[in-house]
Design a protein around this ligand. Sequence first.
Ligand SMILES: [Zn+2]
Length: 499
Amino acid sequence: MSTPRSIVLTAALSAVVALALPATAGQASRPFAVDGSPSLGDDYYPTYGNSGYDVTHYDLRLKYTPATDALQGTATLLTRPLLDLTTFYLDFALKPSSIVVNGAPATFTQSGSKVHVIPAATLKTGSLSTVVVKYAGIPSKVSVDGQTYWVRTVDGAVAVGEPEIAAWWFPSNDHPSDKATFDISVAVPTGTEVLSNGIYTTRPDQLPGWTRWNWRSTKPMATYLAFVAIGQYEIDQSTAPNGLPVINAYGEGLGDNGPAARASIERTAETIEFESSQFGRYPFEAEGGVVPNAPLGFALENQTRPVYSSGFFRRGSNSYVVAHELAHEWYGDSVAVAQWRHVWLNEGFASYAEWLWSEHESEGTPQELFAATVAAHPADDPFWQVAPADPGVPELFGDAVYDRGAMTLQALRNAVGDETFFAILKKWATDRQYGNGTTEEFINLSKSLSGKPLDALFNAWLYTKAKPTIGLPAPLKAGVAAPKSLAKIRAAHKLLQQH
Ligand SMILES: [Zn+2]
């Protein structure tokens, strides 16, 4: 994610507000069954996700009317109970009209964005269970704890957000540790476009005057990475050098930002070629990018197809934000965080990818960017008071997670050498492909591949609330200009704050 940090901060703070949850009914007559809990135990976001089951697939069949922002849906969740379950929870902010579990109507109550479901019969451990939720609502009018993440636009809507967005358009187990495949099908008035993840087909809907867009993601995806962008879009399709389909889309009315957006996003396939040479094979079935005509204020690494605020292109092309978001396809999407506090594994890696891209563009090496970034933060700068491996919720998307995260990787590279460093990056991506990772697991991998202790280095760079005293780069020589890319990389993050 690239963002003006204040926006995410508001979102992040809202998420720690505890929800008032309904008491669960006693189930004394079923001694071997238990209740699922409304938490997956994330220490930063204890209300995110629910325990007791895994979702393996979401089938979302939606109908959306841009003129009124009316969303109607049937969501079918294929789930596997991890325990015998008498009740379980879903994360959802819209109002369900009915919930059917394994063919039988279930009863349910809703509080905020938690839905407590009591099925007619106990769900058996390991057996496939089908949960069908029907719903309708005006997502832009739904707020939880004063927050609304669905963005209505002049000609449609955009559902893009981190760490929260899913609850505004589909019921889910909303935590990156429960990934699933997706079919996202949206009917809209003919002449309106629908962008989402993966690959698509369109066909006339049964309803005259409506067209149905069917998007499919065949690789497991975290719920927050699923997106829709609905409205007037021009769609460009091509084939990447690796043979994958490239689907880019540009909102109508981007104005002066439109050509610069295209000049950046149309380099997606080229950027993925370069990043594949650094990180290993690209993990997904399609590529692309979407630039809605909406004041999003951030860019997000939606799986297969990042979504970019048009403001990133106000000063012309911005290949750094593209390199950043696409690096997340490996680090963030394919390898997702196991808990949100590990988010430097996403943002530090994507920021480091900008440093690699800088060298590729002959605008400064990672080592030069490392030295320039250290030089920008004197020892008493509050920047050093945030430990990237445990930044806390208010600093989850703060500068330290991005920049100190990237510096950590360059310090690691200097300690283990280029060959071992890139072997570590590749093995991290392949060992945990389509799964999750923690900081501790990354450290263990680095130690085992390098054969070096590395504990002091990682402690100083990731866990200590002070400027590290080891692994620091030699200072830039007096009179030597900072790397050309430095201002561009800063602008990639800061540009939108000038609004
Ligand atoms: Zn990012």
